[in-house]
Design a binder for this molecule. Structure first.
Ligand SMILES: N[C@@H](CCC(=O)N[C@@H](CS)C(=O)NCC(=O)O)C(=O)O
Length: 311
């Protein structure tokens, strides 16, 4: 597709079809996968712009794993060779010693030809990618790394609630997390409108659920809140304009807006949000959608930390 942002991931009907995650090894508590949790061995490489990576940053922080799994942060702007470690001295990740994330991908699979994506969990001993399977990464941090969780860390994926959490995660992924991308990367009017309608229908459902519930699963924060938050926090800054998800702004949907700010103001959430990285990444690196690369000045982020009361 000539006018597609990601040609290989755009169907003949102009729909965005996300590539599968290539590296899916796991680190498991019992070592049955061949890898066990180990303090200091693994490095999580993220872009602070990326909603999929953002999930892992939040979960790692909430569970108290920041001293156990180190964090590498890439420049929000990729060049023709992809994600770069230009925020580090000498443009190299200080632990992995590489300048591009692609070096780790190619060290793992010399024939890799897909998009080199974040988040990626890297084995610092070998410099290879253990996993870029973002939905699994956070669940494994919750369930497989328990021995390293901080005392009193929340259980973000409690056994008895998993079926209900999984049932919520599914439509949120398709219609919201990935839905905004399906709207934004569509190259066909119908494909865009389908994604737009499904997105707002799902947001309406979530809003109704949150009208009488502080979080999606009641009074406690779980994995599914984190997954919804990382899309909501980008909504007005990026998805409303850049991806044409503009029935309303988040700030015009009162229940979701209050919910998102409630999470933002919870330690471990707002302190992981970098609106500068978020805006520069999307508006600069999708030239088919925003050919000028101009980054909008607004919206004013001051409303996010403003005092709020939820009924
Ligand atoms: N691994 C997933 C999701 C992660 C993902 O898409 N990350 C984006 C940033 S939000 C990325 O790394 N993109 C690199 C690229 O487009 O070249 C995928 O391949 O679709």
């Amino acid at each position: 597709m000539a006018n597609a942002q990601f040609g290989k991931e755009t169907s003949e009907r102009g729909e965005f079809v996300r590539q599968p995650n290539r590296f899916t090894d796991r680190i498991t508590a019992d070592g049955s996968s061949g890898r066990r949790p180990e303090a200091g061995r693994y490095r999580l490489v993220v872009s602070l712009a990326c909603p999929w990576a953002h999930r892992a940053v939040i979960v790692r922080g909430l569970l108290g794993l920041t001293e156990v799994i180190s964090l590498g942060v890439v420049d929000p702007i990729r060049d023709e060779k992809g994600w770069r470690f230009t925020l580090d001295p000498e443009d190299r990740d200080p632990v992995l010693g590489i300048s591009y994330l692609s070096e780790a991908y190619l060290a793992t699979d010399p024939d890799y030809s897909g998009r080199v994506t974040v988040p990626a969990l890297i084995d610092t001993r070998t410099g290879t990618v253990v996993t870029n399977d973002y939905p699994r990464i956070t669940l494994d941090l919750s369930t497989q790394w328990r021995e390293f969780h901080a005392p009193g860390a929340p259980d973000l994926y409690p056994g008895p609630l998993r079926a209900e959490i999984d049932a919520l995660i599914e439509p949120i992924f398709h219609h919201v997390n990935n839905g905004v991308y399906k709207a934004g990367f569509a190259t066909d009017q119908g494909a865009y409108e389908k994604a737009y309608s499904a997105l707002f229908a799902e947001l309406d459902r979530l809003s109704a659920r949150l009208e009488h519930s502080r979080f999606l699963m009641g009074d406690r924060i779980t994995e599914v809140d984190i997954r919804l938050f990382t899309t909501l926090v980008r909504f007005d800054a990026v998805y409303h304009g850049h991806f044409k998800c503009n029935r309303q702004k988040l700030s015009e949907m009162p229940v979701l807006w209050a919910y998102a700010r409630d999470l933002f103001q919870t330690p471990g959430f707002g302190d992981t949000v970098d609106f500068d990285h978020i805006k520069r990444h999307y508006y600069v690196t999708h030239p088919k959608i925003n050919p000028t690369g101009i980054v909008p000045v607004g919206p004013d982020p001051a409303a996010w930390p403003a005092p709020l009361s939820r009924v």
